[in-house]
Structures are given as structure tokens and as C-alpha cells.
Ligand binder design. Structure first.
Ligand code: HEC
Ligand code: HEC
Length: 387
């Protein structure tokens, strides 16, 4: 099971030895069941019958938002909370469920004709490291036109977004890729109750807008309430969860290994100088202190994902959607492909439209007429890898 991650701290020494010697077949479902029983599979909680057989499983945040350092074997090691599992193919796992009817029923609130086969195709379109949290609110599975700098760069692109690196977030105001939802604590309650179906309470009147959220409005997903406070398993945990998340610092890159320090020093000058990145990604927070969101027009990209989140109000009092100035601390992990399969490395921006940091820099150079030389672009990339 190469795409789920195994926490070596939960394994008895004998099992670790056997794994190191290659004596355990990790593709064998019996082994998977054993590992779940040991609570070693990140984010997967098993419920077992008296006779030891597995009755059901539940998922926690860690299935997407934690990974391991591979210190024992590929995908097996010490856990690193907050770092995304970019190997995990959430859509493929969901698509393999024997009964998709609950998902079909939900999506039919937006599209009455949708079939299980179509839902399966949507789930399979996501690919590793991505998930579409908004699909279950608006039913919008594909971005009809991905546009970068006035050029159509893709059609019918899956609406799934990259699982973000949830470390180094303290001090950020708006969260998620669009910033349109709210804070870490807002999103935690939403995911725990509306996505992972934990027993809890979630309130958001903005979901009652049937034009933007045809599913959420009909299913009343903004009004989920547990009448007996003692049965609410989520609300009492929101405080501690938020503290923990905000206490996770970004991983630190190693000079000379993860980046070239001399080039990074030159890139630092460019970042706050000629390339003007610091105007939005404000050092050392890497986002704006305050309202950290920009319109699609400002970013010169399409507004598909931005429009899926609730609007804020612009200076003229009109509804405005945007993208959050994304955190850059620890971005080297994705560029270098650390703690992930080689094929899953890279991917930047909410929909992963840029494969490498150089692609990102080339695009900024074109979008904002920065006239960076090849050497300057290289130096800027080395600087980004040093954050
Ligand atoms: C199936 C994979 C998956 C699971 C499970 C999951 N998340 Fe996420 N998480 C994502 C994705 C994808 C995003 C980006 C959402 C967006 O902006 O569209 C995200 C974003 C976030 C963010 C915003 C981070 C930032 O950079 O601002 C927080 C906080 C978060 N999730 C917390 C949680 C919590 C708490 C849980 C468990 C209750 C959870 N997530 C479960 C996939 C997941
Ligand atoms: C006008 C504000 C603005 C400026 C200027 C800006 N950025 Fe960004 N940056 C953003 C926003 C907003 C996003 C998120 C875009 C998205 O999700 O689609 C982002 C995303 C990124 C990402 C991807 C982060 C990730 O996790 O995938 C990188 C890397 C980045 N910017 C680097 C730079 C560099 C380098 C410069 C200067 C050449 C720069 N930015 C200038 C606002 C800005």
C-alpha cells in the first residue's frame, strides 16, 4: 500500500526488523489490516469485531495532512504532521468504494441526471495529492477553461485542489487556496463535520445561496447541529486542534543540500527588488499581514476556483472573489520531491498548473513584465527553495 503512510513509532521492533529485511509483503491486505489494528496507518482508524475481523474504517485529517520521513522504508517512518501526503490518490480510493450511492445522491441535488459511472470518472480525474472539498457543495467537477496570462492553458481541468502544506501557518489571516472561507478554525469545523462526517456542529449561512451552492443549500450543510452537546465529538476539540496546527513550524531547508546559498542570497535581493514578490509574499510571513487575498484579474489567471468560495466585498461594495497569497515557507519540500514518490513531486498553485518553481517564476515574469534574465530566474528559484 505505497500511497498510504505507516508510522514506525506505532510498530513493534520485530515488525520493523521484518520490514527492513523485506519479509513483509506490504501489498497483502492481511498486512494492511494488521497495520490498521496497530494504529500505524496514518489517518486510518479501524473498528474491529470481537473475532478480530475488520468491521469498518474511519478517516482522520492525517490521511491527507500527514506523511512520514521514509526512515524505515519508502512510505514507512516517523510521522510529520501538517506535511501533505502528495502520493495519496484520494479520488481513486473513493472511486473504488463498492457503493457510491450516497455521493451520487448528494451530487444529484446539483445535477439530477448524474450517474454513478460519471461520479466515478470525476473521482478518478483528481490524481495524487488532490481533493475537491467544494464538489460536495456546488457540484462543479471541472474548470471549463484554465487561463494563465490571457492564454487558455487547459480545458475541463479537474476542480480538485492540491492538499496544501499545513505548516508555518501562524500569523496568516485568510486560509485555504482561495481565502474565501475564513480561518483555520472555520475550515477545521467544516471539514470535520461536512466532509469527514464527524458528529458535530457546523454553521454557515453563506451556504444557503442556491445559485452558488446548489447542493449545500438543499442539503442544509450550513446548518448541521447536534442537539445534545455531550454527543458533539467535534466542537470541544476545535480549540486544541487550532493551537496544534498553528504550532507546527515550516520545515527548514539545508543550505548546500536543498538550495545553493550564494544563488539564494542573490535571489533574496530580487524577491524584494526587481521581481516585486515581496509586495504580496511579505517576508517572513510570506503572505500579507491583513487581508491576504487577490482577485483573479490581479493574478492574471482564471477565477474558476476563486468563484467557488464565498465572496468578500471590494472597495466599490461589490462581491469579490480571490486567491489567497499562498505561504512559501517549506516550498522546497515539493520542489525537491522530499518524502514522496518521484512521480508526485512538484505542482504549484491551487490546481497544480505549474510543475516546477521555474515554471512559476517564468509565468510571473511574463504576467508582470519583470524582464528577468535566465540567471535571475535561477537565483529566484534558489531563494524560494531556501524559505
Ligand atoms: C481528503 C483529503 C483531506 C482530508 C481528509 C482533510 N483535508 Fe484539509 N485540505 C485538503 C485540501 C485539498 C485542502 C485545500 C482546500 C482548498 O483550498 O480548496 C485542505 C486545506 C486545509 C486547511 C487550510 C490550510 C491552509 O494552507 O490554509 C486546513 C487548516 C485543513 N485543511 C485542515 C483539515 C482538518 C482539520 C482536517 C480533518 C478534520 C482535514 N483538513 C482533512 C485535503 C484534506
Ligand atoms: C499580486 C500578489 C502576488 C505577487 C506580486 C506574487 N505572488 Fe506568488 N502567489 C500569490 C497568490 C494569490 C498565490 C496563490 C495562487 C493560486 O493558488 O492559484 C501565489 C502563489 C505562489 C506560489 C505557489 C505556492 C504553492 O504552494 O503552490 C509561488 C511559488 C509564488 N507565488 C512565488 C512568487 C514569486 C517568486 C513572486 C515574484 C516573482 C510572486 N509569487 C509574486 C500572490 C502573489
Amino acid at each position: 500500500m505505497p500511497r498510504l503512510k505507516v508510522d514506525s513509532d506505532a510498530l513493534p521492533p520485530a515488525v520493523i526488523e521484518a520490514i527492513k529485511k523485506g519479509k513483509i509483503n506490504l501489498d497483502d491486505p492481511t498486512v494492511t489490516r494488521l497495520l490498521i489494528k496497530l494504529k500505524a496507518v496514518l489517518g486510518v482508524v479501524g473498528f474491529f469485531n470481537q473475532d478480530g475481523t475488520l468491521r469498518s474504517v474511519g478517516l482522520t485529517c492525517a490521511v491527507c495532512h500527514s506523511t512520514v520521513d521514509n526512515s524505515i522504508a519508502p512510505s514507512i517512518g516517523r510521522r510529520i504532521d501538517g506535511l501533505a501526503n502528495h502520493d495519496l490518490n484520494v479520488g481513486a480510493i473513493a472511486a473504488s468504494a463498492p457503493n457510491l450511492q450516497p455521493v451520487v445522491d448528494l451530487l444529484r441535488l446539483a445535477d439530477p441526471g448524474i450517474t454513478a459511472a460519471q461520479v466515478r470518472a470525476v473521482l478518478n480525474s483528481w490524481g495524487p495529492g488532490k481533493f475537491d472539498a467544494e464538489l460536495f457543495l456546488d457540484g462543479k467537477a471541472f474548470n471549463p477553461e484554465q487561463v494563465t496570462n490571457g492564454v487558455v492553458t487547459g480545458r475541463n481541468v479537474p476542480g480538485a485542489t492540491l492538499i496544501p502544506n499545513a505548516r508555518g501557518l501562524a500569523g496568516h489571516n485568510l486560509h485555504t487556496w482561495t481565502g474565501g472561507w475564513g480561518t483555520v478554525s472555520y475550515w477545521n469545523a467544516f471539514v470535520a463535520v461536512d466532509e469527514l462526517h464527524g458528529k458535530g456542529t457546523f454553521f454557515d449561512e453563506r451556504f444557503d445561496n442556491p445559485a452558488q451552492f446548489p447542493i449545500a443549500a438543499k442539503a442544509k450543510l450550513g446548518h448541521v447541529s447536534i442537539d445534545d452537546p455531550d454527543s458533539d465529538r467535534v466542537t470541544s476539540k476545535l480549540g486544541a486542534l487550532q493551537f496544534y496546527q498553528l504550532a507546527l513550524p515550516a520545515l527548514k531547508p539545508r543550505p548546500g543540500i536543498d538550495f545553493d546559498p550564494d544563488a539564494a542570497e542573490r535571489g533574496d535581493e530580487l524577491f524584494s527588488g526587481k521581481a516585486n514578490c515581496n509586495s504580496c509574499h511579505r517576508e517572513p510571513l510570506w503572505t500579507e499581514p491583513g487581508w491576504n487575498q487577490h482577485t483573479p484579474a490581479e493574478m492574471k489567471i482564471d477565477g474558476f476556483e476563486a468563484r467557488r468560495a464565498p465572496a468578500s466585498i471590494d472597495a466599490q461594495g461589490r462581491a469579490a472573489h480571490g486567491y489567497r497569497t499562498m505561504n512559501l515557507a517549506g516550498v522546497f519540500v515539493r520542489e525537491r520531491g522530499l518524502f514522496m514518490l518521484p512521480q508526485d513531486k512538484g505542482s504549484f498553485y491551487h490546481d497544480g498548473r505549474f510543475k516546477t518553481l521555474l515554471d512559476v517564476v517564468n509565468s510571473y515574469d511574463a504576467r508582470f513584465n519583470l524582464t528577468l534574465s535566465n540567471q535571475e530566474k535561477h537565483d529566484l528559484v534558489e531563494y524560494l527553495k531556501s524559505l
